[in-house]
Design a protein around this ligand. Sequence first.
Ligand SMILES: [Fe+2]
Length: 241
Amino acid sequence: MTGIADVHSHILPGLDDGAPTGKVSVEMLRAASAQGIRRVIATPHYSFQFRNADPRRIRGLCRGLNRKAVKEEIPCRVYPGQEIMYSEKALELLGKGEILTMAGSRYILVEFDPSAPYSFIYMAIRKCATEGYLPIVAHVERYRSVHGPGKAQELISQGAYLQMNYQRIAGKWNDDTARWCRSMLKKEQIHFLGTDMHNMTSRTPEIARPLKWIERHLEAEYAEKILWKNAMKILADEKIL
Ligand SMILES: [Fe+2]
């Protein structure tokens, strides 16, 4: 395999509840790279809580972090994106270019309130797809309403791609969410994995245990898709079929 890609990260400094300083951003990139991560899409929050992440600033911070990576010989590159708290208003701003898609592609990383009803998520996905976006549901394991039988599958049929956080895969046997995550992966219904890294203390780019589980339980071909190939489709703006 060429490497591992991370499509969900809060690695850029000072924009949201992610990296507090540029120094921590470099440490996060170094830690990610040490575990085989070679591409990172930076996805600072767009929500009512965090509004200071404007596209030019995000792109500039990515360029700055890539320059530091080259200088410090860290073999990993960062691309601009955003994690968008879904609303009709957010879609409107996306259309005006005031919120970023993933690495300039048609893919967008969309999140919802954890208690969002299924009908709301379903309508949101339909709306994004109708407007020509390729919506990726961020940390899909977080929405209880999507855990019901056939729900995730139905979202996929409406044009959704599903992203799961690495950390949730490695949960204990009695952790319901971890069990759901592992069954989704075994059914090959997840398209992307992300660290959702925020810092170097509580939400780090640690992926060793989840990787071990993936290696043991999933077909090599599917594992390569969720670890690397599907993310390359984002960078190339190609649709995953
Ligand atoms: Fe996130």
